[in-house]
Design a binder for this molecule. Structure first.
Ligand code: PGA
Length: 256
């Protein structure tokens, strides 16, 4: 983390878990275990139908609500999709795009991820743009080239002012939901590389201001070490964000 230049963000990704009625008790438990003063922004990204309940319950404890996906289209005949306008209208502040599960199960490619990020920015929602390599790519030694391409593609057509709202999440696919975490050195190396890519496109100052999160089995035990890395500005947390005590511990770890 480097709080002098950028925000620390602890974001939970609930994926397709929990229900709206479980949010209030969750937030109450989180509140009991969370440090009173916090040096980070806290977000919980839920399925779209649960966002209003999260906004309501999270207000008092300053936990923002985020979505997990958005349509690239503004409106129209796209059954089942949710637009950025609709997310913004209910008060959504953040939204994940390009999560590896969307890429894998819904065939989302980098240009679609870019279109979604732009759709969110248009409506004032901060995109949490996910990138990350597969195990095969890591073993083939192409991690940085691949992630650099993903970042460049995702940011295509986004100007420096809009970049200030963007959050990048580096999530090696082999570490997601597997209990296998990247070492803090591996995670730092790629997050530093991502910042270098952004520096090349936008220059030093904008690059210095972008929050880059690590995701992939971040938990109550390993968070402090990962967050101590200079280019890791927070976490995108799946499994551990479903447990209020663990999530509170991660939030506390960001206070270091
Ligand atoms: P995980 O998920 O923390 O359960 O590995 C992270 C993510 O998919 O965002």
């Amino acid at each position: 983390m480097n709080r002098k230049y950028r925000k620390t963000v602890i974001a939970g990704n609930w994926k397709m878990n929990m229900t709206a009625s479980e949010i209030k008790p969750f937030i109450e438990q989180l509140k009991e275990n969370m440090p009173k003063t916090r040096a980070c922004d806290v977000v919980l990204c839920t399925p779209a139908v649960m966002i209003p309940a999260m906004i309501k319950a999270g207000k008092e404890v300053k936990v923002a609500a985020g979505g997990q996906d958005v349509s690239k289209y503004e409106k129209g005949a796209y059954t089942g999709e949710v637009s950025a306008t609709q997310l913004a209208d209910i008060g959504t502040k953040y939204c994940i795009v390009g999560h590896s599960e969307r890429r894998q199960y819904h065939g989302e490619d980098d240009m679609l991820v870019n279109a979604k990020a732009r759709a969110l920015l248009e409506k004032g929602i901060a995109p949490i743009i996910c990138v990350g390599e597969s195990l095969e790519q890591r073993e083939a030694g192409v991690t940085m080239e691949y992630v650099a391409y993903q970042v460049k593609a995702a940011l295509n057509g986004i100007d420096a002012t809009q970049l200030r709202r963007c959050i990048i999440a580096y999530e090696p696919i082999w570490a997601i939901g597997t209990g296998k975490t990247a070492t803090s050195e591996q995670a730092q190396e790629v997050c530093e590389g991502i910042r270098a890519v952004i520096r090349k496109i936008y220059g030093a100052r904008p690059a210095r201001a972008v929050s880059i999160l690590y995701g992939g089995s971040m938990n109550a035990k390993n968070a402090a070490e990962l967050l101590a890395q200079p280019d890791i500005d927070g976490g995108l947390i799946g499994g551990a964000s479903l447990k209020p005590v663990d999530f509170a511990t991660i939030i506390a770890a960001s206070n270091q």
